[in-house]
Design a protein around this ligand. Structure first.
Ligand SMILES: *Cc1c(COP(=O)(O)O)cnc(C)c1O
Length: 460
């Protein structure tokens, strides 16, 4: 018999989670004003809100925590982090930051000014937030295939080179401080970018003299997809692919809460010393001295170790395999999904799940609320709420895609949990025709409103 797949790790420590009744969940959801961010963790049975900072650290990472060097300057923890970043990504300069958006804040303070244009592939929400906060504009140049959820395209994170060149050609160079390529592309469904596309973007950027930065939270998952899907990469190791990927970038921002499998942390990588030096000033101002930037020595140690583990093939196969296991179950149940399955999450196509709801009634959020009520599973909306209002017109932006995202934390849940999630969503799918009313906004913040928004059910 062919030996089946099995996880590349075993469990040494466990954490209890609690089931609840539907009645309890109804009450809690009302108290949370239909915003899943307002739920307490013990009101959630399986938490798929995010894969960010929610992973399980390994025994080696915990050991590294004990070896943390908390010296203000010259700490060995700094050197460990520097070595890991340099060997894995190839960037000789780096700045530690407390998380990914802090890396964006430091880098964008260095590069972006009012009126600038920043082309990229479906910029992540904090990235866009930091761009718009500076009164600059993010321009989405993702390929059109990304917006057809039924299309099984291997690299839906790719940039449309014509769209990109249009932006570069028709605007003065001074207005385009950088191009941002998000790997994998979170907003379009955890979809990877091909090496071929990275190379082409890099060539185009060179032609117009504009630097390229990778928003790299899930760079290792992107590399795994390249290995599996891109011609000529099947025999290369994940680390070889990662090095090649970053050879096409001038730098990177990193949320280490994803592929470095730590609970908090981030950094910026640079090829260029002078840009690193300019950014250092903002790092010192916002984050801390350049040798720790908002992180403890022990956290830098765990991060360095996590970068090694996160770029290990067996780990990635286990992780992405689990996401695909859930995806396949949902597919078998006939639930409309984004294809192909993303690296960190399954994206449920809420518009096709609940076609009867008008877009004004927050379709993906409504589905997330129903899933929670059904099984205590907490998902997250990637749709109208997340898209915020247009900063100029103040009108709601209705994205082409409305997703209810099931993000899978790294090394945390078993496939039994995946079965439970699939069954809960199946039950909602069975009664979808009875969901005739969505939600409306009662109170919201001007930027990144999804975190704090208050909602209520639409009445007749
Ligand atoms: C999570 C994430 C960020 C922001 O990182 P935080 O650590 O949450 O601040 C930026 N870009 C992408 C693609 C992300 O997934």
């Amino acid at each position: 018999m062919k030996l089946p797949f099995a996880e590349s790790y075993k469990t040494k420590m466990v954490e209890s989670i609690r089931r609840s009744t539907r009645k309890e969940r109804e009450k809690w959801m009302g108290e949370a004003r239909y915003n899943l961010f307002n739920l307490k963790s013990d009101q959630v049975f399986i938490d798929l809100l995010t894969d960010s900072g929610t992973g399980a650290m390994s025994d080696r990472q915990w050991s590294e925590m004990m070896l943390g060097d908390e010296s203000y300057a010259g700490a060995s923890s700094y050197s460990k982090m520097k070595n890991a970043i340099e060997e894995i990504t190839g960037f000789p300069y780096f700045l530690p930051t407390h998380q990914g958006r802090a890396a964006e804040n430091v880098l964008f303070s260095t590069l972006i000014k009012e009126g600038d244009l920043i082309p990229g592939n479906s910029h992540f929400d904090t990235t866009k937030g930091h761009i718009e906060f500076r009164k600059a504009t993010a321009i989405d140049c993702t390929i059109d295939a990304a917006f057809d959820t039924t299309l099984d395209h291997p690299f839906k994170g790719d940039i449309n080179l014509d769209k990109l060149e249009d932006v570069l050609k028709n605007n003065p160079k001074e207005k385009i401080p950088l191009i941002i390529v998000t790997v994998t592309c979170n907003s379009s469904g955890g979809q990877p970018v091909s090496i071929k596309n990275m190379k082409a973007v890099s060539q185009l950027a060179k032609k117009y003299g504009i630097p390229v930065f990778f928003d790299s939270a899930r760079f290792a998952e992107n590399a795994y997809f390249i290995k599996l899907r891109e011609e000529g990469y099947g025999k290369k190791s994940i680390r070889e692919i990662v090095l090649e990927m970053f050879s096409f970038a001038d730098g990177m921002t990193m949320s280490s809460k994803k592929d470095a499998i730590v609970n908090m942390g981030g950094f910026i990588g640079f090829k260029d010393k002078s840009l690193f030096e300019k950014a250092s000033m903002f790092n010192i101002l916002f984050e801390g001295y350049i040798s720790y930037g908002g992180m403890s020595g022990r956290d830098m140690n765990a991060l360095a170790q996590g970068l090694w583990e996160g770029t290990d093939f067996d780990y990635l196969e286990t992780r992405i395999g689990q996401v695909a296991y859930l995806g396949q179950k949902l597919k078998d149940y006939g639930i409309p999904l984004q294809y192909p399955f993303g690296g960190h999450a399954i994206f449920v196509d809420a518009k096709r799940f609940l076609p009867q709801l008008p877009k004004e009634q927050l379709v993906a959020q409504t589905l997330a609320v129903e899933l929670y009520l059904e099984g205590g599973v907490r998902a997250v909306e990637i749709g109208t709420l997340l898209a915020d209002r247009d900063p100029e017109t103040g009108k709601n932006r209705y994205p082409e895609l409305e997703f209810t995202r099931l993000a899978i934390p790294r090394r945390v849940y078993s496939n039994n949990h995946m079965d439970f999630i699939a069954a809960a969503l199946f039950n909602v799918f069975e009664r979808r025709d009875q969901i005739t009313k969505g939600l409306k906004i009662v109170k919201e913040a001007p930027i990144l409103r999804h975190f704090t928004v208050s909602l209520e059910r639409v009445q007749d």
